[in-house]
Design a protein around this ligand. Structure first.
Ligand SMILES: C[S@@+](CC[C@H](N)C(=O)[O-])C[C@H]1O[C@@H](n2cnc3c(N)ncnc32)[C@H](O)[C@@H]1O
Length: 270
């Protein structure tokens, strides 16, 4: 990833702002993206629904966020005491889920360029106590950075890895999962999404191709993906037992998978 704040982080935040389920999303947007959101809501842009113009990405981003919310809230209810947002972007969970997260130690990890952007955007929001960790997954060990920042590997944790794996080289994505596993006490878990383009009909592939081209132009090309059937074996190979593996319904993205998983019982030799 180039040393430039993530545009995709801004884009998915805009999708959440337009989706109306995240009351903090607007506050995290740049003035330009916020204005775009206002114009879109007022019907002043293309005149077409945002879902049409974005090729269904809006509902997909909302469904992904809700899936991960459910897994995270279940983990917190089950006693997780630490939450790590890996590649946090402009994720507003520390505010939106503030009540549920109270008492948990929260770490917000991202590439330094995006972490700086996040810090600037959230300056006027109430402090949450979340600890900022700046790290490039591709060249640095985020585990060491987390430990330096006070992460306690003996505490049951939950890792959120939302909208990130597809931008990493396959080797880095696997290494990140291995590192999450070594940082995870028994009972810990994670939620993530994976995207394997070219999985659908020819019409769908056109949509996916357009999207991939736009991502490449934004400087965040898609580098890694797995077909839905490959997700559980991939998680297992890296020390996690899949708890839920879902394909989002009602959006034209058959190659996308949402997954939650638990660290495999350490006594089993994992
Ligand atoms: C599509 S955004 C998702 C942001 C956030 N998780 C969300 O769902 O709103 C992708 C995120 O991955 C982060 N990312 C991508 N490559 C990275 C890398 N090599 N190191 C650290 N973060 C990276 C970006 O900075 C960005 O925040």
């Amino acid at each position: 990833m180039r040393d430039r704040a993530s545009l995709t982080a801004e884009f998915v935040c805009l999708m959440r702002a337009l989706g109306g389920e995240d009351p903090f999303a607007d506050a995290l947007l740049s003035p330009a993206f916020r204005a775009l959101g206002v114009a879109w809501r007022a019907g002043l842009t293309t005149g077409l629904p945002v879902d049409t113009v974005t090729l269904g990405i809006g509902p997909l981003v909302g469904a992904r966020h809700r899936f991960i919310d459910r897994a995270l809230l279940a983990a917190l209810a089950g006693g997780a005491g630490q939450v790590v947002l890996l590649g946090a972007g402009l994720d507003a969970r520390p505010w939106r889920l503030g009540a549920a997260l109270r008492g948990a130690r929260v770490f917000v990890v991202d590439h330094p360029a995006t972490a700086r952007l996040r810090a600037a955007r959230t300056r006027t929001l109430p402090a949450t106590g979340a600890v900022r960790v700046d790290v490039d997954f591709a060249g640095e060990d985020f585990g060491d950075a987390l430990l330096d920042a006070g992460y306690l590997p003996e505490i049951t944790s939950f890792f959120v890895w939302e909208g990130v794996s597809m931008y990493l080289p396959a080797r880095v994505a696997g290494a990140c999962l291995d590192r999450i596993a070594t940082l995870s006490a028994p009972g810990s878990g994670l939620a993530l999404d994976l995207w394997r383009p070219d999985a659908g009909s020819p019409a769908v592939r056109v949509v996916e191709g357009l999207s991939r081209r736009a991502l490449a132009l934004s400087g965040e090309p898609v580098r890694f993906g797995l077909a839905p059937a490959e997700v559980a074996p991939f998680l297992a190979a890296h020390g996690f037992d899949a708890a839920a593996v879902e394909s989002p319904q009602g959006v034209p993205w058959p190659g996308l998978t949402f997954a939650s998983a638990r660290r495999r019982g350490l006594s089993a030799g994992a």
